[in-house]
Design a protein around this ligand. Structure first.
Ligand code: ZN
Length: 174
């Protein structure tokens, strides 16, 4: 297994729409293992292939506190949504920033698991939030896109400022 590099906002690659997976071959299986290692190490509760610069419809998640409930979703499709829930979200691609995002409370999703079995599942609570967040990534969307323009600008400015400061301090270290 190998730890993968996570793309950081505002990388344009985070905006690429992921392609459907036609064949769950060895390459995909290795990618799944590597994504779990990367997610647990971060640590995070979900990771989409897009975030590790692999533009296929694959995501991994585990919202358990013991990290023993791994979930693999290939080619997920949301068939039905119900209710509204607002939760504070963060993202491994936008470290240190959080925002309240409104999403569906319950979702019904069809997907393939890591072995290619077709699964239909209902998700609620944190896992519902996580799955919706990760499917957004596969469509090139970020949780920032759900925030108000003002809030998004504030975060963007703050990230730019942080970047400038990092550049400055790395220069003075030379
Ligand atoms: Zn994310």
């Amino acid at each position: 297994m190998a730890k993968l590099k996570i793309l950081k906002f505002p990388s344009p690659k985070l905006r690429i729409k992921a392609k459907e997976i036609k064949d769950i071959d060895k390459k995909i299986k290795i990618k799944i293992d590597d994504m779990f290692e990367t997610m647990y190490d971060a640590p995070g509760i979900g990771l989409a292939a897009t975030q590790v610069d692999f533009h296929y419809r694959l995501l991994v998640a585990d919202v358990s506190s013991e990290q023993n409930e791994p979930l693999v979703m290939i080619n997920p499709i949301v068939n039905k949504k119900e209710g509204v829930a607002i939760n504070q979200e963060g993202c491994l691609s936008i470290p240190g920033y959080f925002g309240d995002v409104e999403r569906a409370k319950t979702i019904w999703v069809s997907y393939l698991d890591g072995l290619g079995n077709k699964i239909d599942s209902e998700f609620d609570g944190l896992l519902s939030v996580c799955v919706q967040h990760e499917i957004d990534h596969l469509d090139g969307k970020l949780f920032l896109d759900h925030l108000s323009e003002a809030k998004r600008q504030r975060i963007r400015k703050s990230i730019d400022k942080e970047k400038r400061q990092r550049t400055k301090s790395s220069k003075s270290n030379i």
